[in-house]
Design a protein around this ligand. Sequence first.
Ligand code: AQP
Length: 324
Amino acid sequence: MARVLSGVQPTGDPHIGNYLGAWIRWAREQQPEHFFCIVDLHAITMPHDPEQLRDRTVDVACWLYACGLDPALSALFVQSQVREHAELAWVLNCVATMGELHRMTQFKEKSQGRESVSVGLFDYPVLQAADILLYHAEEVPVGADQQQHVELTRDIAQRFNSRYGETLTLPKATFPTAGARIMDLQLVDKKMSKSLGTAGAILLGDTEAQTRKKIMRAVTDSGSEVRAAPDKPGITNLLDLMAAVTGASTQDLEDHFSGTRYGDFKAEVAEAVNGVVRPVRDRHAELASDLGAVHESLAKGADRAREVAAGTMTAVRERVGFLT
Ligand code: AQP
């Protein structure tokens, strides 16, 4: 069984992209060797409100448990509660290069148009490498947007190992067959994102009526064929969404919807999405009404994570020449 680490930022209301790109697989495939991390250290790389960060950290934990993460199996924890993440990130900062970080597309996108950008935002991928490498993760289940960061993690680990001796495990990113990059329903050339605004994002916390309305209003094209094609990004995205929630192939869906009008197609997509999200939303409401249990599970998750992380840091400290 492969060791797994993946993470989520507590930066806003989670959406169907987070769920289909990553979380659904975290829950389905979870094992005791799987670690999932709410990356609050990453969340402060952009301007934030401290009180809101605390609330969102707990809320995203409720969503993850609601999606099916079981504290008796996998370990869910909050990144800042395991200090080794920051410690290893510093060591890896001395292995990663400026040139590598300058090539990261997420940094380019997130820094675009900003007058002042934190060093933390630039360094974000190195902290992410530390997250992954601390747990000797072999697999990192993520959406397609994270591929470049996981490749950088491999490069950093490889360089560390060749400089100091075999210490860190080289990870690989894994992606779902469908739903690896759900696009915004209004800005179809942009990935659905917590920070892009809610008009084109299906939030897990939306009501069924809101979800239906957003899908019915999704941007499509002037044609009438339900078919995936480069000149039909809106329809392609809805087909991908439908494939991810139903498990059907795009080809089967194209056959099924052949001759169907866009309005009827969208209504079916909305129904399927609501069917999948409904139990998650209900479970989230239950968990949010008893946060004591959520805090307790997070504390246990952090204890489990600390144990593994401390072992890796002992080896790293010894390798780089720190006094033990
Ligand atoms: N649109 C998406 N389609 C598929 N997967 C997605 N993920 C995010 N958006 C999509 C995956 O969800 C996991 C958690 O993401 P994250 O919150 O840690 O970071 P992110 O990729 O930066 O997500 P957002 O929603 O875009 O947040 P903001 O706006 O705060 O940056 C990851 O595995 C990610 O691939």
